[in-house]
Design a protein around this ligand. Structure first.
Ligand code: ZN
Length: 243
């Protein structure tokens, strides 16, 4: 019995094999992180590193689909490890209960495929800088705010968050979020599929708004030549061209 026979019929054996052998890090195991993890597992991914320092609270249960009342007070990573190891055939599973900061990000994130499922801008910009300084890494960025969401693929050679967003002075991460996390995760997972099948779109942000009337838009993001984060990539390339 092949659990992924329908995936193979739609995507082909090669793509399904690439998914199964991909080493994937998910940063943030809350609403978006849970949904993205579930979609990736159902897609056939088998090698994960999950990062979250938080414990489960009652207010998480409206959207963080792996958790239930009996899990309140437990670490999200501990609960996820038990649940997904029981239900899915995994090849590799690592957890970190640490907050990602500049000083430890190199030590914790070894995988090249990274999903940003965090709810705070500080970590989003940190992950953004991390991939823009690493040749092999790719970031599937996501952001959710009330009924709106956004996703984008970021690599060293693409536009990045610092190209068009102002870094915040203060963090405000306690938003009222319900349905958009699943929508965000669907789009984020599709960006991953596009990436591994060679259809990655560079320099595009996908925005959706679930307020009536529902809308989804693709917005071109220009790479900013003066960007504090990804400008160095252009400088490296121009140096190489001169030599
Ligand atoms: Zn940039």
């Amino acid at each position: 019995m092949d659990l992924f026979s329908k995936n193979r019929a739609l995507l082909g054996d090669d793509t399904v094999d690439i998914i199964a052998s991909s080493n994937i890090t998910i940063v943030g195991c809350g609403g978006t992180g849970c949904s993205t993890l579930l979609f990736l597992l159902r897609l056939g991914a088998k090698r994960f590193t999950l990062i979250d320092f938080d414990r489960i609270t009652d207010s998480n249960l409206n959207r963080q689909i792996f958790y239930d009342k009996l899990d309140i007070g437990l670490f999200k990573t501990d609960v996820l490890s038990k649940k997904i190891e029981k239900d899915f055939d995994l090849d590799s599973l690592l957890f970190h209960k640490e907050k990602i900061v500049k000083e430890n990000i190199d030590l914790i994130i070894k995988d090249n495929i990274i999903f940003d499922c965090t709810d705070n801008l500080r970590t989003k910009f940190l992950l953004n800088s991390f991939v823009c300084n690493n040749d092999e890494k790719v970031l599937f960025h996501s952001g959710v705010d009330r009924f709106n969401g956004q996703v984008m693929t970021i690599r060293k050679d693409t536009a990045c968050l610092d190209c068009f967003l102002k870094r915040p002075d203060n963090e405000t991460d306690k938003l009222n979020i319900i349905t958009p996390v699943a929508m965000t995760s669907v789009l984020q997972t599709q960006l991953f599929l596009d990436y591994i099948t060679g259809f990655m779109e560079k320099n595009n942000m996908i925005f959706f708004d679930l307020n009536s009337p529902i809308s989804i838009d693709r917005v071109k993001i220009e790479k900013n030549k003066n960007c504090i984060t990804c400008r160095s990539y252009d400088e490296d390339n121009s140096k190489q061209r001169k030599t």
